[in-house]
Design a protein around this ligand. Structure first.
Ligand SMILES: Cc1cc2nc3c(=O)[nH]c(=O)nc-3n(C[C@H](O)[C@H](O)[C@H](O)COP(=O)(O)OP(=O)(O)OC[C@H]3O[C@@H](n4cnc5c(N)ncnc54)[C@H](O)[C@@H]3O)c2cc1C
Length: 621
């Protein structure tokens, strides 16, 4: 570019050299931006070949390339003799998925299934349309490509309870090896165990705040731990995240894309499966039909098994559309019943709540106007990992009753620097503006500490039902949050714990105090009274985004079970479900790591069950 080609409104123009340098800088930045989500990072799309040449038969068809489906497909195609097809409704992840913290911008885009619960009387009233928003990822990597990246394994007791309920081989001693198998350092070049890449989250947030939280929670009897090694337990610790060098590491990237050059693996993107077909006896799944790019109707036949990994909302939806579900419900929608099973029932989720402290403390810097620009530049050109982060660097698990070793509350913490309105963007985007204005005003005046409370073991149970027999219609999600009074009692104890935190020496030294969000709907109650907090929860409480249980696993004696402990759908020989929907109950912590474990566990069952066919290895490819 010559000097004459740029006419900037400068007092004096460049004679050429500076223009060249700036042009090089621009090009470098743009190239780095594209490299954030390069085509080569993702599996090739077999869609064009499928359209031009038709689709042959596959040994395994995996529906959904999310947290679990990507694991299952990756493990199955280790056997070079098995042809594996993955059908994923979404596309390659965009750049915002790759940068931790920007995932919130994927909500209400084509990369998210924007589900809403049916109206909830006890919760979500400050949200837009007064409805609980329930996003799910619609892209390679699934919800693991839009989540907060926190990687925790659940509590040992969660799995021992599954085992006690008759789910053989699902106790902590059984599943531990599958957690280990999933994580990167365990593998080696010839036996690629371990695809999940984890990073410590220590370099984000404020070490000053983290230190204060460790001290404050310890003052209240919550032990400080270096990590949650053997499953989570009561304590405060740093969190590992599914992140490497500042980039997200979903299973869509680490498990699936990594092996996607294997000739026996085909991945078709923008492939929305709308029916699983069975033979006349209903005992065998024979093929699946899907719409490709919203324009073509295609069908793929299966030789061995269909593995359904479409997640807690879409797996039951697809089963019901295919005739597997509660008889009465299907008959009402004129869907021929293949199997009468309690599909869609047993919906479980955590409940979340945001509470804020204002922090009038000069040890924390206010946000400099140029900080985000500086960090973005460093991130793009130096692969610097400190850009933004999707989650807090530490978490606490607390038993607010102090009556057992099991936590009933989990806390995440985030520092919102004075002036950094963006840092609360996720909550502002979901809330009605009326409920965000005071927080924005406060954030211009002081820092805030945001506490995200999660109740770890709610008792309330919801369900998912079809809205119609049209696969494009969103299902009806009856979350029933806080319908069990004990769940509200737990949240109230969780808030009292925050009040006690406020009184600790560590918090007083920070000069951090509860910030009262003006809330005219709750003004009739005395501030901080139980009635006031109940009202606060009604407005600012939300779902926990950890939906589980709608295709429940259990022994044949369990009338609520849909799949057996080897994940086979009852009544069908060759249809398994492997995703968060099979969990009999929601674990005491975030659900991504357990879902990845379920992918590993499920793939292992399949490999065992087809052992005689298990020859020919792709493992080193
Ligand atoms: C905003 C948010 C933040 C979260 N943060 C965390 C966190 O920090 N840590 C944590 O542990 N958990 C977190 N979770 C939860 C966690 O990510 C999920 O529990 C987990 O990803 C679920 O995995 P899955 O395999 O069951 O489903 P998914 O990962 O959702 O995979 C399902 C896949 O199937 C595809 N699909 C659906 N229907 C069809 C169809 N009909 N045809 C073809 N494909 C289909 C979807 O597009 C998707 O790719 C978060 C969730 C949300 C929403």
């Amino acid at each position: 570019m010559t000097n004459t080609s740029i006419q900037l409104p400068c007092a004096a123009q460049s004679v050429g050299a500076v223009n060249s340098l700036v042009t090089t800088l621009f090009q470098t930045i743009l190239t780095a931006q594209c490299a954030l989500s390069a085509k080569s990072d993702w599996p090739p799309d077999y869609g064009d070949e499928a359209l031009n040449d038709g689709i042959g038969k596959y040994d395994f068809i995996v529906i959904g390339a999310g947290s679990a489906g990507s694991v299952v497909a990756s493990r199955l195609c280790e056997n070079a003799k098995w042809k594996v097809l993955v059908l994923e409704a979404g596309d390659d992840p965009p750049q915002e998925s790759e940068i931790p913290g920007l995932h919130i911008y994927l909500e209400r885009t084509r990369y998210s299934w924007d589900y809403y619960s049916e109206p909830q009387p006890h919760i979500c009233q400050a949200l837009k349309r007064r409805l609980c928003y329930t996003p799910r990822g619609k892209l390679i990597g699934g919800t693991g490509a839009i989540n907060g990246m926190i990687y925790v394994k659940g509590h040992r007791q969660d799995f021992d309870d599954w085992l006690a309920a008759g789910n053989t081989q699902w106790g902590w001693a059984d599943v531990k090896q599958f957690y280990e198998r999933a994580v990167s350092p365990v593998g080696n070049a010839t036996h690629p165990m371990g695809y999940v890449v984890l990073d410590a989250n220590k370099d984000v947030g404020s070490m000053l705040l983290n230190g204060a939280i460790f001290n404050a929670t310890a003052e209240l009897g919550v032990p400080s731990r270096s990590a949650f090694e053997d499953g989570i337990e009561v304590g405060t610790a740093f969190l590992p995240v599914t992140n490497s060098n500042g980039r997200r590491t979903s299973t869509g990237k680490t498990y699936l894309a990594k092996v996607s050059r294997r000739p026996n693996l085909h991945v078709i993107k923008n492939a929305h499966v709308h029916k699983i077909h069975f033979d006349s006896s209903g005992k065998r799944a024979t093929r699946v039909t899907f719409s490709l790019r919203e324009s073509y109707e295609l069908s793929a036949e299966v030789r061995k098994e269909v593995v359904l990994s479409a997640g807690t909302i879409d797996s039951p939806k697809l089963l019901m559309l295919s005739g597997v579900g509660p008889r009465k419900h299907l008959e009402k929608l004129d869907i021929p019943v293949v199997h009468d099973l309690p599909v869609g029932s047993n919906l479980r989720d955590h409940v979340s709540l945001m509470v804020h402290f204002k922090l009038e403390n000069t040890s924390f810097d206010a946000l400099e106007q140029t900080r985000h620009i500086d960090l973005l530049y460093q991130f793009l050109t130096r692969n610097n990992s400190r850009l933004v982060n999707g989650s807090s660097s530490i978490t606490s698990f607390v038993n607010t009753k102090r009556d057992s070793d099991l936590p009933d509350m989990q806390y995440h913490y985030a520092l919102n620097q004075q002036g950094d309105v963006e840092s609360l963007g996720v909550y502002f985007a979901r809330r009605d503006q009326k409920y965000t204005a005071s927080l924005i005003r406060q954030l211009r005046k002081s820092h805030l500490i945001s506490f995200l409370l999660l109740s770890t073991k709610p008792r309330s149970v919801g369900k998912i039902r079809l809205r119609s027999s049209d696969y494009l219609d969103h299902p009806r999600i009856f979350s029933n949050y806080l319908s069990d009074p004990e769940d509200m009692a737990t949240i109230l104890r969780g808030i009292r714990f925050i009040e006690r935190l406020e009184g600790t020496k560590a918090m007083r030294e920070l000069n951090a105090t509860l910030f009262r969000i003006p809330l005219e709907e709750c003004d009739e109650y005395e501030y901080r009274s139980e009635a006031y907090w109940r009202c606060y929860v009604k407005y600012f409480g939300e779902g926990g985004y950890h939906l589980t249980g709608t295709v429940k696993m259990g022994p044949s004696s369990d009338r609520g079970a849909c799949v057996d402990p080897r994940l086979r759908l009852y009544g069908v020989e060759n249809l398994r479900v492997a995703d968060a929907s099979i969990m009999p109950d929601v674990p005491h912590a975030n659900t991504n790591a357990p879902t990845i474990m379920i992918g590993e566990r499920g793939a292992d069952f399949i490999k065992q069950d087809w052992k005689e066919d298990d020859q020919g290895s792709n493992e080193s490819k």
